[in-house]
Write a protein that binds this ligand. Structure first.
Ligand SMILES: *[C@@H]1O[C@H](CO)[C@@H](O)[C@H](O)[C@H]1NC(C)=O
Ligand SMILES: *[C@@H]1O[C@H](CO)[C@@H](O)[C@H](O)[C@H]1NC(C)=O
Ligand SMILES: *[C@@H]1O[C@H](CO)[C@@H](O)[C@H](O)[C@H]1NC(C)=O
Ligand SMILES: *[C@@H]1O[C@H](CO)[C@@H](O)[C@H](O)[C@H]1NC(C)=O
Ligand SMILES: *[C@@H]1O[C@H](CO)[C@@H](O)[C@H](O)[C@H]1NC(C)=O
Length: 257
């Protein structure tokens, strides 16, 4: 059954090719016939979010705002496809500080669209996304994400949150769904970044010795001469002092060795 069909199709193709060629004799530029893109298999996003995850909170929000239609339409009907970053239910429940509960419906929509890119990206393309960051999301405008590909470990910065791409849920052109370990909070809604995270542990090998900078040293002078300054003003020089002591100690250690 299948073979005759193929034969017929091939014959038709050959026929149409020859007629096209005959018609195009005056413009002999041989265009390597761009094969008509085979319509990709339908990916039911609702079903995918239902069976994977648990992504029920995200799915509920998508349905409540109808953004699921936007995503499904992009998946169904575009060549670009779609890449969606999905936080698990636990990421929503652990979200304490900025509450999603008093967002307007437009803001909620933007927040959800912010979790997607209007193009399919496989994991190997995130190196490229890193170098072209910031990348505009499906929400458009200032709703941008910064990607960092640190030898395969991909971080996504929304300005507010710094999430990690924790696993690939589904990735076949034109649909990619990746799990992220945090809800992505756009600066465009929540304002500037939250208080700085605690400084990273100084276990890493210092690549470059800190260059002597004019600014901070003169700042040291002023804060040192005004000991009544606030805690924050004093803490910086203290930190630096501690750092110097560590350096001195390690230097001494090296001398002993
Ligand atoms: C997609 O999946 C959902 C949930 O499994 C189902 O209710 C819906 O009918 C499906 N839609 C299509 C178009 O198959
Ligand atoms: C996507 O395609 C499926 C299957 O063809 C169809 O049932 C569904 O209505 C489409 N949805 C959108 C939003 O285009
Ligand atoms: C959100 O609502 C809570 C309580 O309803 C309120 O305390 C908080 O200030 C509100 N946040 C914003 C950004 O409006
Ligand atoms: C990666 O980015 C470069 C330009 O920055 C572009 O020319 C190239 O096509 C991109 N590759 C992929 C796979 O997107
Ligand atoms: C992305 O990186 C640029 C340059 O480092 C920075 O100016 C911008 O604030 C970052 N945006 C986000 C959303 O993290």
């Amino acid at each position: 059954m299948a073979i005759p069909k193929i034969l017929i199709v091939t014959t038709l193709l050959v026929l149409s090719a020859t007629t096209t060629a005959a018609a195009a004799t005056k413009s002999p530029t041989p265009s390597p016939s761009p094969a008509p893109a085979p319509s990709p298999a339908f990916v039911n996003l609702t079903h995918l979010f239902t069976v994977a995850g648990p992504f029920q909170t995200f799915l509920n929000l998508l349905q409540q705002t109808n953004v699921i239609q936007t995503f499904q339409n992009q998946a169904n009907n575009t060549n670009q496809g779609i890449t969606i970053f999905v936080p698990k239910d636990s990421s929503f429940s652990s979200l304490k500080k900025p509450s999603l509960s008093n967002l307007t419906s437009d803001q909620l929509k933007s927040l959800l669209l912010f979790h997607a890119l209007p193009q399919y990206y496989k994991l190997s393309e995130f190196t490229n996304l890193s170098s072209s960051s910031p990348v505009t999301t499906f929400a458009g405008g200032q709703y941008q994400l910064n990607f960092t590909d640190n030898s395969g470990s991909i971080s996504i910065s929304s300005g507010w949150s710094n999430a990690r791409l924790s696993s690939s849920v589904y990735s076949t052109d034109p649909v990619a769904v990746y799990q992220v370990d945090q809800v992505l909070l756009p600066v465009a809604i929540f304002g500037v970044a939250p208080p700085l995270p605690p400084p990273p542990p100084p276990a890493v090998v210092p690549e470059v010795p800190p260059a002597p900078v004019m600014g901070p040293s003169s700042h040291d002078g002023t804060s040192a001469s005004s000991p009544k300054g606030s805690d924050t003003a004093n803490s910086a020089p203290l930190h630096r002092l501690g750092y110097c002591m560590v350096l001195a100690a390690s230097g001494g250690l090296m001398l002993l060795l």
